[in-house]
Write a protein that binds this ligand. Sequence first.
Ligand SMILES: [Ca+2]
Length: 501
Amino acid sequence: MKIPHCWALIFIIISYPAIKVESSVKTEDKPNIIFFLSDDHRWDRMGCAGHPFLKTPILDRLANEGVRFSNMFVTTSICAASRATILTGLYERTHQFTFRTRPIDSRFSQASYPVLLRKSGYKTGFIGKFGVSVQRKDREAMFDFFQPIGRAPFLKPQPDGSLRHESELAGDSAIAFIDQHKGRGPFCLSVSFNAAHAEDGDKRPGIGHFPWPKAVDGMYEDIPIKAPHLSDLKIFESHPDFMKKSMNRIRFFWRWDTPEKYATNLRAYYRMITGIDNVIGRVTKHLEKAGMADNTIIIFSGDNGYYEGQRGFAGKWSHYEESLRVPLIIYDPRADKKRRGKVAKPMALNTDIAPTILSYAGVKAPKHYQGRSLLQIMNGEKTTGWRKDTFCEHLMENSTIPKWEGVRSSRYVYARYFQQQPQYEYLHDLQEDPDQLKNLASVPVYRKILIQMRKRCDSLRDDYGGEYNPSLVADYIAEQRRKQTENQAKRKALKQKKQQK
Ligand SMILES: [Ca+2]
């Protein structure tokens, strides 16, 4: 059944009862949880995921003693929408939040995992890049402790005149939080790094565009940097015009377009990732020192993938693997030895983070959540009916980021850039063409698959909220402009009144 967008939303809203928090674990037995999130970090930029020289010894150790999910995806590849998905357990189509939209609806915020954890007796903390907009009352319901840290600049002046990197500052706060909460019941702390996001406002290659912490100064300087995979110009040229002119291409010239700029920026970007790894190491070491390591689950993921010049692109947003796939490691110190060092193959999503955290806390996930707890996979239990595919999309209003929706299955990737005239479709067969170099959407032998993928995309889209409704954002932007004009008029009138006096 195809449900018009607004009706689908009304249906979703009225079907939510007030969220009741049921807990199956005694408070004293509940584990602490620390969720680390990196920014703009694709799945294979870690030593344990096979990178030839990028050093992430702490993440490698967590993977070795925990579980690494090798098929982890974001459902929308951009900071804002992905972080909203992580908090609410919902697809962008349902939570309707990305850059330039209204704040996340209170109904979803009030059912976010931090709110439910708090109701079940957890202390909750947030440090770093929040990246979403919520009502103040909702944010207050989420966290006992909230310390946003932004970039710009990444290196922040300290009282003694030195500069300290944002990642290190987030680590300092995390350590202080751990000390404050020792012996005070279970806690869940989010540490969301701004790294390894580029400093978009500073295009100086290296320390300007990708500022790294002092602890990793000089790393990778002697490593020869080869041209990126898929950098043959023919690959870029094979794209339709709207992709060739998109933000993916514009930002390529910000950071990757000459061999020197590419090498300098890549080394700097990798230093930022190793910088995150160092900070996670400081925090985990502190947990050991505080005697809390045995009861603290560590989760590590990224908010979206990243093009480092592959296909002639930069940034994220679009449908290729570089953009959609992210790291995920879950380390449970209480887990059976037999469950350590595993690489889990089932498809995991950013929608799964909220239900997974709740299940570790013994809190039942709300029925409207669209992801699934990964706990059964962690425990090596049989999972029935595990997903074989996912809906994915990008709906932000931006003239240089083409909107799309699609399905990523274990074998095929279908994406339709639905606002192009005419609509432009992609179909990739990952088994035959893992680099996604061939668009099979108009190849006759794939016709049947194309039709199946289209139908699957329609059906998932309708489950999550229906066709994209441009008026939602347009109305909000118009409302904001109207308010701005009214405020300007008020200020002008006040100024005139003062002058007349
Ligand atoms: Ca990001």
